[in-house]
Ligand binder design. Structure first.
Ligand SMILES: [Mn+2]
Length: 252
């Protein structure tokens, strides 16, 4: 068989040959978490790959968690919005984007957000958060975030989709609940599920490409592929390249 992907690190799904429609290539990108430096390098690598090996239809699928932990959340969102105007992109919602949006109206969500790296995101929007901030300070920080968030970012967060399907692949931030049809999944599971999904060999009928739970190396199982390589901490932002019946990693 003719190999479409040369010079890349090839991956295989055990005993399956999932495929995409003809002349279509997907670049699926893992959790970014405010690492604009890694996103810039990866976008350059995607552009370079497209120049070197043009294809009729190309699509970038980002699996969510663009913000928090890393220092450049706001800049990352700017870059994604800009890239989405240049290329066909699908932006999925991560649990961190759900928290950020929910934080605008719900103080408890705001507190939960601070506990998982929201502080760094707020700082990128010019909002200082004291290390030991107390509950009564939250309404003023909510108001500050509301004022600092550009409407383009608000709309970006609001319009994120929870899932995307193409060919034999299903893209989602965290995963899906085993034994439940992919069309009937709950948003809570799609954005938050961990071990129940990660430990299950359940065949959903599609290969699920997801992020959310960091792994040292891209994890390829019979029913799923985890592309969250913990960019914030490891400095490695993963891009999975899917074309025809082939899978590979795109290294910047
Ligand atoms: Mn994440």
């Amino acid at each position: 068989m003719r190999t479409l992907l040369t010079g890349q690190e090839i991956l295989k799904v055990h005993r399956r040959r999932p495929s995409l429609p003809e002349a279509t290539r997907i670049y699926a990108v893992g959790d970014i978490h405010g690492r604009l430096d890694l996103l810039d390098a990866l976008i350059a690598a995607i552009e370079n790959d497209l120049k070197r090996r043009p294809v009729a239809n190309s699509l970038c699928v980002f699996v969510g968690d663009y913000i928090d932990r890393g220092a450049q959340s706001r800049e990352t969102i700017d870059r994604l919005i800009e890239y989405g105007q240049q290329r066909d992109c699908v932006f999925l919602r991560g649990n961190h984007e759900q928290l950020a949006l929910g934080s605008l109206r719900d103080p408890a969500t705001f507190e939960a957000w601070l506990r998982v790296g929201g502080r760094e995101a707020l700082m990128s929007y010019g909002i200082a958060v004291e290390t030991n901030c107390v509950a009564k300070q939250i309404p003023s920080m909510q108001a500050a975030f509301h004022d600092a968030l550009p409407s383009s970012h608000f709309n970006f967060f609001r319009k994120l989709r929870s899932t995307f399907e193409m060919g034999d692949y299903f893209f989602v931030h965290a995963g899906a609940r085993p034994e439940v049809d992919l069309a009937r999944q709950k948003e809570e599971d799609l954005l938050w599920i961990r071990s129940l999904f990660l430990n299950s060999p359940y065949d959903f009928g599609k290969i699920i490409v997801h992020g959310h739970t960091p792994v040292m190396e891209v994890e390829v199982r019979s029913n799923r592929i985890n592309i969250d390589t913990g960019a914030f901490a490891t400095g490695r932002l993963t891009c999975l390249l899917i074309e025809g019946q082939e899978l590979a990693l795109l290294r910047p």
